[in-house]
Design a protein around this ligand. Structure first.
Ligand code: AMP
Ligand code: GLY
Length: 430
């Protein structure tokens, strides 16, 4: 089949790598892709959020399956345009994508379908939000309603901090227009785990669980980022807990979306807090996470392209979704200054040596080729990924892969997976 991949980050490099291993993929195109993705797919210049252009391109190239990586094309209605043109697409409609693109939609949807989540108030203005704050003793969580690339969430330790964050959100200083409406919610405590499902709108199949590392610095300190590393290991969720999450969260969400006329075709990503009172939803995404995808897809085996096509066709073939029992880990190497401002175009050294390790795969998130040398081009630059017999071994391999790599200002966390190892060692119980 001919496949068109939308996006150009680390997650899309991993998707391209996975699609390339599928025996059924004859041609693979990427819009816009990246220099790294161009080693696996034919790049096409253009804007992946331009819905009519994507649909026209799919016609022109006679694409059998379009795989959407990031959220922006989904929120822009790219899947709707492809469906209207009679083209298969892995990724939900704009209406279904509201689970991610509007936190207020997601919270009210969960309330309608009794999906466990933090107690909340949805506020359309500063006065309303200040009044609602009385009902949420600190620490309290404030979230911009719209897409904010990870910058729209503040955990305020006291009332003054909450008021300052609300002022910033409503003035557009924190998350631009995404903060015109705000969700206030109780702060939950527990282990944070991501569980993803592929769904054709009716049926679903769970993927192996993952854990992200959102904060910039070791020990979960510093500002929130897009993700500084991820692990995927079956032991993160023992079978009873996994089944409970499927029953209490995944099933009612997917059935609820179908019942409301917006079946979700693609990925349902549940960001969960495993609290002492049970699993609670922190957020939904309608795409693979980045860098969770790098860790999860490092475990993919078999013909995932045909599996993704079966999702797009509304006849999910869970039997095709096979993955290795071996855990995987991805360590993100970022530019100095990320998630704030950073300089780019620094040469990256040591990639060839790092890539020589059999167990290590290096996914490029923000790089470019300049006169045959890789240079930095983004905040997150590389995702050094490894799979091994145990999670500890996968982490060791990934860090061994990091060792030879150097670029000016390079920063990364030294403690990826440490939390997961402790959680698993303690029995992964809530
Ligand atoms: P979100 O974009 O909604 O996933 O929020 C970003 C991060 O903020 C999450 O990954 C959590 O670490 C944290 N967070 C979000 N909501 C809550 C909450 N209700 N309680 C505690 N932490 C939260
Ligand atoms: N790593 C978090 C996300 O992709 O949303």
């Amino acid at each position: 089949m001919k496949v068109l991949l939308l996006g150009g980050g680390g997650r899309e490099h991993a998707l391209a790598w996975m699609l390339r291993q599928s025996p059924t993929v004859q041609r693979l195109y990427a819009l816009p892709g990246s220099d790294a993705i161009a080693t696996l797919a034919e790049p096409i210049a253009g804007d992946p959020t331009d819905a009519s252009r994507v649909a026209a391109l799919a016609e022109e190239l006679d694409i059998d399956l379009t795989v959407v990586g990031p959220e922006a094309p989904l929120a822009a209605g790219v899947a709707d345009a492809l469906q209207a043109a009679g083209r298969r697409v892995f990724g939900p409609s704009r209406a279904a994508a509201r689970l991610e693109s509007s936190k207020i939609f997601a919270k009210e949807f969960m309330a309608r379908h009794q999906v466990p989540t933090a107690r909340f108030a949805a506020c359309a203005g500063a006065a309303e939000a200040l009044a609602a704050l009385d009902r949420f003793p600190p620490p309290v969580v404030l979230k911009a309603d719209g897409l904010a690339a990870g910058k729209g969430v503040v955990i305020a330790e006291d009332r003054a901090g909450a008021e300052a964050a609300l002022a910033d959100l409503f003035a557009g200083r924190l998350a631009g227009s995404a903060g015109q409406r705000v969700v206030i919610e109780e702060c939950l405590r527990g282990e944070e785990i991501s569980l993803l499902a592929l769904s054709d709108g009716e049926r679903w199949a769970l993927l192996p669980p993952a854990q992200d590392h959102k904060r910039a610095l070791d020990g979960d300190r510093g500002p929130n980022t897009g993700g500084m590393g991820a692990v995927s290991a079956d032991e993160l969720l023992p079978p009873e807990l996994r089944t409970r999450i499927e029953r209490e969260i995944v099933a009612p969400v997917l059935r609820g979306m179908a019942a409301e006329g917006h079946p979700l075709r693609g990925v349902l990503y549940c960001g969960l807090m495993l609290t002492a009172d049970g699993p609670r939803v922190l957020e939904f995404n309608v795409r693979f996470g980045d860098p969770e995808a790098q860790a999860i897809l490092a475990r993919a085996e078999g013909d995932w392209a045909t599996a993704l096509l079966s999702v797009a066709e509304g006849r999910l073939r869970a039997d095709l979704l096979r993955w290795s029992p071996q855990p995987a880990a991805c360590v993100v190497l970022a530019s100095g200054g990320y998630p704030g401002s950073f300089a780019t175009d620094f040469p990256i050294h040591g990639l060839e040596v790092a890539g020589r390790e059999a167990q290590v795969t290096i996914f490029h998130a923000g790089t470019a080729l300049r006169q045959q040398h890789w240079v930095t081009r983004g905040g997150r630059v590389l995702g050094v990924t490894a799979r091994a017999e145990t999670l500890a071994a996968a982490l060791e391999q990934a860090y061994a892969g990091v060792e030879p790599i150097r670029f000016e200002g390079m920063q990364y966390r030294r403690d990826i997976g440490r939390r997961a190892l402790a959680w698993i060692a303690a029995g992964a119980r809530i």
